[in-house]
Write a protein that binds this ligand. Sequence first.
Ligand SMILES: C[S@@+](CC[C@H](N)C(=O)[O-])C[C@H]1O[C@@H](n2cnc3c(N)ncnc32)[C@H](O)[C@@H]1O
Length: 476
Amino acid sequence: MAAPVRKGEEFEVGIESLAYGGNGVGRLDGFVVFVRGGLPGDVVRARTTKVKRAFAEATKTAVLEPSPHRVEAPCRHFGVCGGCRFQDLGYAEQLAQKEAQVRDALLRLGGFEDPPLAPIVPARSQFGYRNKLEYSFAHGEDGLVLGFHRAGRWDEVIDVEECLLTTDVGNAIREAVEEWARSEGLEPYDQEAQTGYLRHLVVREGRNTGQALVMLVTTPGDRFDADFLIETVTRFPEVRSLHWAINDRPAEVTNLPTRLLWGAPWIEEELLGLRFRVRPNAFLQTNTEMAETIYTLARDAAGLTGVEVVYDLYCGTGTIGLALADRASSIWGVEISEESVACAIENAEVNEIGNARFFAGNVGQSLEELQEKAGLPDVVVVDPPRAGLAGKALRRTGALRAPRLVYVSCNPTTLASDLAVLRDEYGYALERCTPVDMFPHTPHIESVSLLVQPATPAADRDDEGRGATTTKGVNG
Ligand SMILES: C[S@@+](CC[C@H](N)C(=O)[O-])C[C@H]1O[C@@H](n2cnc3c(N)ncnc32)[C@H](O)[C@@H]1O
């Protein structure tokens, strides 16, 4: 079908749904157009930005008939802030759209005709749910500002007065550090000119412990009065840990070596009754409440009885494996970040868990060695980044043919294609997929899926030449 629009052309269209990633989906005589800013139920005018053979992309220029699902966005920064895109879409509709996106991905990309989809689990809190926020310093109209990037702009930062995704304490710490920076007369970093000093502020909160960690990122140079900063942040009794990191490169990163300026080297978070150390760069799911929900779903899907060997692949700081440990014979975690593995080992010690072991490595390259150490798994839990189980990791995970495979996903499109390979090439059956809303008002969708292997005698698994040993009694 020839595209009915040309680049730059304006047209009117009704928005039917949201595509994964958050653009509205409309049709012009059957031809699909993805409209940025269009919400399901709207009739909008839009301008075409890109035309491809099978679809076009456009940006909303006006809402002609608003969707009945539209609501007033509660945040004063909505629209200009690049953070929450869907605060103006009613929460029930956000959930319906996310659930439909998972179904659609499983159907169209995964070829699951009637996907066994459980209803989406709503977020426990629609606001104030983040336990970590990263702010940027920049020049504003009236001097230094500390906030988030303007939507679609890498070079502009808006002065955030209140972010509805963090807590009152989180907001107050940011305001206090902004005041400190102004009274110190420090220059914010200018991304374009690559000049200036103050770059980022990271605030992490243990939401179940009430502890906060603050990290300042600057360019090189000892240009501030550390005592004044310490005095500023320790006004908040929640702050237990203050770090300073130096970024001498143009890239806007905060995952840097840090120097402890004050307090403890870490704070703690509690998940499902376990304590986890949160160091400045340690990975921790950024929504504590919904991490607990996801781990509970993963634990239920694992169906442990106390005798199983469990692989926790992409284990981060060991949170999932440790949450499963009391119901398993042994837990074997693999994670690419050495710092996270060190945290996982430390977290096992803190919680006095003796049957969990963690290794640094790339999942695609470590499974054979892991199998030599641990034996074949009874349950494999994977929690990969958005790219999914790329390449070798997918094939080697499939070839383990663990009776149960629990797939925790943060991207339904890579999930669907991975599940199709696990089904077609490794005989897995998808028993259930539960979408979870961890990040209201954003396009992100998590899910927990359970795949099962039709009963495979251990001997058959050995035949595939991966040197299996016994799967029982391996303790870490
Ligand atoms: C979505 S996080 C999950 C972490 C953990 N399961 C949790 O719930 O906190 C994905 C993790 O995979 C790790 N990772 C990314 N690529 C990897 C690879 N090829 N091999 C092993 N780990 C990897 C990342 O460092 C990150 O910690």
